[in-house]
Design a protein around this ligand. Structure first.
Ligand code: BG6
Length: 515
């Protein structure tokens, strides 16, 4: 694709004409511009933001990566990637405008010369696109570069906010790999940046249904009175994926399921379900409540890790009717790997609202289906009046929050089967986002990129939240590391995980909710 001409574009809404106005003018610098995240999520999300009218009219993008490319070659590459990964049909006019504002800077992330080059590029690009000196740096690189990129940005003067221009840095997950390393990374990052400049991203928090959790709880007076240990029996959070590790073997070998999704995405879902109502929807109020919950989660003692956690690794099996290989045969994975591709844990939140209510979390690759769900199981009715059915046989009410792929909320209740005799059956009260005009084009990153451009940190992790979640995950990881698994692989691809995961709930007289 060659450099496109300027095109007249639909005007970006501004001033008071819109519910949400475009973000501030800025240059978006993406470190890791040739990586998977950039092509699969970031570019499609920025493009979508432009289509929603939420990207400023004055913006530019500078990609930084190792490969030697010209601006044109980079634009061509992005054009091809967008043909594959855009979540809506490309409008030639909008894409042409996009490409025209996109530039490339080649360099090693830990080489100071890269930052001199970047500075020169920004000096050239900013006036051309009138981005007023505002810069959003997105670190879409392997985590080992996070600390040094921030330090080099600082040393080159690129992180300095002056003359009313802002400098913000979005840092991808994982932020550290245990409590110690997260503290060390935080020390390096805060040595250069103010906390208000740091945006630790968790793309789960950009998902529509996740954003709806607080609205559901706090905009509907009917749920809050029953949202506690008196009425709730337990909570289950499931992140099931039917895919394997695909081409991310080396990353996953280091991470494992607990670090990959539990320590971040799932603990954040737990925080949203369990938090107290914030004093306001100001960023710090919301983040204060989330961190309080995470700090109230009781870290497991070593002997509890053995009783209250389960890890698994998939062996060969079937996925979507096709035979698939086991994790140890995936590309660039050790044939004797001890990395977990499945994890289940039982946690307690030690506060007055939740004392004694178990939160069961499970996540796995190569499970039978792709779904993320939160299931809240209420206590059974105290007395059964119908048909002399014992209360133990009465199914409890369940509230299921479907995060993906279908987005919505289901409440399971009992109703009388039509007919002359009283018979009960389960029925569903259902709300489906599809029927509500939900935007099917979103990648989940749009909201978060937009919030960063407008300086809203509500949906990003604060340092204390990251530390609190590592304090929950690290004791588990320590025990797992000291006791290598002997029975891996212990579940076939396409199943719901190891038998021990079912036993974790069986011994409490409960069952996983598989829908
Ligand atoms: C990422 C994990 O953070 O989340 C991946 O690194 C996982 O392993 C992904 O597949 C799941 O996100 P989503 O939005 O596809 O459910």
């Amino acid at each position: 694709m060659s450099l496109p001409p300027d095109n007249p574009l639909p005007p970006v809404p501004s001033g008071n004409d819109c519910d949400e106005c475009p973000g501030d003018p800025c240059t978006i610098v993406i470190f890791g511009a040739s990586g998977d995240l950039t092509k699969r999520k970031l570019l499609p999300a920025l493009y979508n933001l432009r289509c929603y009218g939420l990207l400023p009219s004055d913006f530019a993008i500078v990609g930084v990566a190792r490969r030697d490319l010209t601006d044109d070659a980079f634009r061509n590459q992005l054009g091809e990637d967008m043909q594959k990964f855009a979540t809506q049909d490309l409008d030639p006019g909008i894409w042409a405008d996009f490409a025209r504002r996109t530039y490339y800077c080649a360099g090693e992330f830990d080489d100071p010369a890269t930052y001199d080059k970047l500075k020169a590029r920004l000096d050239e690009v900013a006036p051309r696109h009138n981005t007023r000196g505002n810069c959003l740096f997105y670190l879409a690189t392997p985590p080992s570069f996070f600390g040094s990129i921030v330090e080099r940005l600082g040393a080159a003067g690129l992180a300095t906010q002056e003359n009313g221009a802002w400098r913000r840095v979005i840092i991808e997950k994982p932020f550290g790999h245990d409590t110690e390393s997260a503290l060390e990374l935080n020390r390096r990052v805060t040595g250069v940046l103010e906390e208000s400049q740091i945006y630790r991203i968790d793309h789960y928090l950009g998902k529509e249904t996740v954003q709806n959790l607080f609205v559901f709880r706090f905009a509907n007076g009917v749920f809050e009175p029953v949202w506690n240990r008196r009425y709730i029996d337990h909570v289950q959070i499931t992140v099931a994926e039917n895919i394997g590790v695909e081409d991310r073997g080396p990353y996953f070998e280091e991470a494992g399921m607990l670090r990959d999704v539990m320590q971040n995405h799932m603990l954040m879902l737990l925080a949203l379900i369990a938090a107290e109502p914030p004093a306001s929807f100001e960023a710090e109020s919301v983040r204060n409540e989330k961190v309080k919950v995470l700090q109230a989660v009781r870290p497991l003692l070593p002997e509890e890790v053995l009783q209250r956690t389960v890890r698994g690794q998939y062996g060969p099996g079937r996925s979507r009717e096709e035979p698939v290989s086991g994790y140890r045969s995936e590309s660039r994975v050790s044939p004797t790997s001890a990395t977990e591709t499945f994890a289940a844990i039982k946690l307690f939140v030690d506060n007055w609202r939740w004392a004694g209510v178990p939160f069961y979390l499970r996540a796995g690759k190569r499970l039978p289906t792709r779904k993320t769900e939160i299931m809240i199981q209420f206590r059974r009715a105290p007395l059964m009046l119908f048909n002399e059915t014992p209360v133990q046989q009465l199914e409890p009410n369940r509230l299921i929050m479907h995060i993906q792929p279908t987005e919505g909320i289901t409440m399971q209740i009992k109703a009388k089967t039509p007919g002359p005799v009283i018979k009960l059956q389960n029925v569903k009260l259902e709300f489906n986002y599809r029927d509500f005009g939900s935007s099917s084009t979103a990648t989940g990153y749009e909201r978060l990129l937009y919030d960063c451009m407008t300086g809203d940190t509500t949906l990003f992790h604060r340092a204390d939240m990251v530390m609190a979640s590592w304090k929950i995950a690290t004791p588990i990881l320590d025990v797992w590391k000291s006791l290598p698994p002997r029975e891996f692989p212990n579940y076939p691809a396409g199943s719901w995980g190891p038998a021990a995961a079912d036993q974790l709930l069986d011994k409490d007289g409960r069952k996983w909710w598989n829908g």
